[in-house]
Design a protein around this ligand. Sequence first.
Ligand code: MLT
Length: 302
Amino acid sequence: MFQYYCLNPISKVGLEKFSDSYTKTETAEEAEGILVRSAAMHDMEFSDKLLCVARAGAGVNNIPLDRCAEKGIVVFNTPGANANGVKELVFAGMLLASRDIIGGINWVISDKGDENIAKAAEKEKKKFAGTEIEGKKLGIIGLGAIGVKVANAAKHLGMEVYGYDPYVSVDAAWNLSRDVKHVLNVEDIYENCDIITIHVPLLDSTKGMINKEAISKMKDGVILLNFARDLLADEKDVLEGIKAGKIRKYVSDFPNPTTAGQEGCIVIPHLGASTEESEDNCAKMAVKEMMNYLENGNIVNS
Ligand code: MLT
C-alpha cells in the first residue's frame, strides 16, 4: 500500500488514476508521495517517509529542488500537459492588448439599463478602436511545449513569427512550423517584433531578463506578454516603459504589486493552466509518474 498527499486540490479525473493500492492522507508526514500544483513548498519540512513530489504543471520553482536532491526525494513535473490551456490564454491576452475589449465591456457595464445603449455605443465605440494581429511580427522567447504551440497557432492567424531559444529540443524542432524564423540572438526579437511573448523557465539566467536594457532595444509601441513566470520581467522597468510610451501594453499572468491595476497593464491571476482539460492532463500525468516511481522505481517524466 502507498500513501499520497495533495498539497493543492488536484483534479478528480487524475486522482481516479490511482490504483486501489493508494490512499490519500490527511497530512504530508504520512505520505510517500506529494502531489502539488502551485503551492510553495520552500518552508515545508520533509518527512523521512517522503520519496517523491509530483508537480501538476511545468514550472518547479515552488519546490526546493536542492533540499529534495539532498534527501533523495525525486521531483517530477508534467511538461506539455497544460500547454494548450496556456497557449489559448496567450492569444486571449494578445487580443485584449490589441483591441480595447476591456474598455468597451467596462463602458457597457457602466451604462447598463440605459434604453438608448445601442445608440450611445455607436457614438462611444471610436475610442475603443484597436489593431489586428494578422500581419504583425510576433517574437517568441523560449520554444518549449508552450512556445511551439503559440508559434504554430500564430502562423495560422497570419502572423509573421520569430522564435528564439538557445536550447531547442529535438521534439520542439520537429513540431515547430517551418515558417517560423528561428533567430540566433534574442536582440533580433527585440528589434523586429511588434508583439513579444516569453515562454522560458525562471532561472538565475532568465530572472529579470526583460529589463530596461532589453526594453530599450524593442520597437516603440511593443506589446509584451508574460505567461511564463513572475520575475522574468523587471516590473518597475516595464512600468517605466509603459509610462514613457515605449510599451503599449503589458499582459502578465502573474499578479505583482508593481503592475497590478496600473494603466497599460493587463494582469491575470495565474489562469494559464486553469482549464478543465489542462488540470486533468497534468493530474493524470503526475499520478502516472508517481505510481511508476513508487511501484517500479522508474523515473519517467512524461
Ligand atoms: C505551470 O507551471 O505549468 C503552471 O504554473 C501550472 C499552474 O497553473 O498550476
